[in-house]
Design a protein. Structure first.
Length: 122
């Protein structure tokens, strides 16, 4: 099998495993994180209705002054604080954390820690 296809298959298996466990164990909204090479995005999703309740990304122009000159991990922490603020404004106190196919370290962990400091419970 092609090495790239193998890597994609492992990533998909991790993603499906994480999502299946979250949907089976909890009825809370899901804080989903997507990490690319350059950006990071977070959104809170209500799975029962399939709606996105709030979302934020480093590609947003309004956050540009706050993100300039920071490392990717520091930018992820800013996104974590912002998603916690948006969740509070939407009346959400508790979520389940969906790391997707990413491992829980580095930027994903920085986002999660900042969201916890911002007041989200998961």
């Amino acid at each position: 099998m092609n090495p790239i296809e193998t890597k994609k298959a492992r990533r998909q298996r991790r993603l499906f495993h994480v999502r299946a466990r979250l949907r089976k164990d909890s009825s809370l909204p899901r804080l989903s994180v997507h990490r690319s090479l350059k950006h990071i995005a977070a959104q809170i999703i209500e799975d029962s209705s399939g709606r996105t309740l709030c979302a934020i990304t480093t590609a947003k122009k309004a956050l540009s002054p706050e993100l300039t000159g920071k490392t990717k991990t520091q930018r992820a922490a800013v996104i974590g604080r912002e998603i916690a603020r948006l969740a509070k404004d939407a009346g959400i106190q508790a979520v389940v954390f969906d790391r997707g196919s990413s491992r829980f370290h580095g930027r994903v962990k920085a986002l999660a820690d900042a969201a916890r400091e911002g007041g989200l419970k998961f």
